[in-house]
Design a protein around this ligand. Structure first.
Ligand SMILES: NC(=O)c1ccc[n+]([C@@H]2O[C@H](COP(=O)([O-])OP(=O)(O)OC[C@H]3O[C@@H](n4cnc5c(N)ncnc54)[C@H](O)[C@@H]3O)[C@@H](O)[C@H]2O)c1
Length: 291
């Protein structure tokens, strides 16, 4: 089958980037969110990011206009079901994802491929509740999607070879590189990355270092482009916490327990960049460490 129409569910940080790269690669995109404000913000972000690509000579102005014209937004999930490929990129909560796939079911075309951009949740478990576990895969883009080259492809236990091959071809058409991961909690990238961020929060919690000293240490001492706390804020602290919970529950090992300070920040609604405050306060436009 040839994929041409792509439905993207969730227009947050990841959904807007996914819609952007698919439209730029010539796919027709229908972008959905429960929030009309999130859809408007996503379109504004895609307009800004594609304009930046034009000013840097990475995209010509006509191609940008054509890409923007290929994206349609809707709050009605039913409008996505007839597409060739669905990419679910809503909030990292398993019950939210199950509810979305259940609500999509009545409008799905027979050949539609279902995917989730989940950072950590079992693909096999999400697939098993749908009518097509063979046509269901983990399709894990990295943040920010237009810049990051990797896409993790995660096969559930029932995913067919044909579905895997189809998605691998699409990754190539997007100009990205696929890495295959088995369906175990948090796959590869986040299995390694998120416990490191959680450990940095423990270092802060135990008073071993301040926000500034922890981030400077990892940038200058380990040559990381971003410090772990800055990166946690960038990913979203709620997403980091959800992934730690999935690791702890899925691997039944207390070494994955989330740091109580990470839990506290999420309880406060201090989710990082997207909410204006996390380990840094972004509200003045000049990020200030909060500890
Ligand atoms: N943030 C990252 O760095 C990153 C990287 C890779 C993958 N992911 C994964 O991508 C997914 C989205 O993460 P994000 O960072 O974009 O989150 P986000 O909080 O920025 O956006 C989530 C969006 O989902 C929407 N949403 C919630 N319930 C919905 C529903 N029922 N139907 C439609 N939309 C709904 C929300 O309104 C919000 O706009 C998660 O599964 C996350 O684990 C995140």
């Amino acid at each position: 089958m040839t994929v041409q129409t792509v439905g993207v569910i969730g227009a947050g940080q990841m959904g807007n980037g996914i819609a952007h790269v698919f439209a730029a690669a010539g796919y027709d995109v229908v972008l959905n969110d429960i929030s009309a404000e999130a859809l408007a913000a996503a379109m504004a972000k895609i307009e800004t990011n594609t304009a930046r690509q034009v000013s840097k000579g990475q995209l010509d102005a006509e191609a940008r206009d054509a890409a923007l014209a290929r994206i349609r937004t809707t709050t009605d999930l039913g409008e996505l079901g007839g597409g060739d490929l669905i990419i679910e990129a809503a909030t990292e909560r398993e019950e939210v994802k199950h509810r979305i796939f259940a609500a999509l079911q009545p409008s799905l075309g027979p050949g539609t491929i279902l995917t989730s951009n989940t950072s950590s949740i079992s693909i096999t478990r999400l697939a098993a509740r749908t009518d097509r576990p063979d046509r269901f895969m983990g399709f894990h883009f990295m943040n920010p999607v237009p810049l990051m080259k990797l896409v993790e492809l995660i096969r559930g236990i029932a995913t067919s070879e044909e579905t895997y091959r189809e998605l691998k071809t699409i990754v190539g058409r997007l100009g990205k590189t696929a890495a295959s991961a088995e369906d175990y909690p948090a796959f590869i990238v986040n299995r390694v990355l998120i416990p490191m961020i959680n450990e940095a929060v423990y270092v802060l919690y135990e008073g071993v270092g301040s926000v500034a000293s922890i981030d400077a240490s990892m940038k200058l001492g380990a040559n990381h482009p971003m410090g772990p706390l800055e990166l946690g804020d960038f990913i979203g602290l709620d997403t980091c916490l959800s992934i730690m919970n999935v690791l702890r529950d899925g691997l039944a090992d207390t070494k994955y327990r989330p740091c109580p300070l990470l839990v506290k920040y999420v309880e406060a609604g201090w989710l990082g960049r997207k909410s204006g405050r996390g380990f840094y306060d972004y509200r003045s436009g000049n990020p200030e460490p909060t500890r």
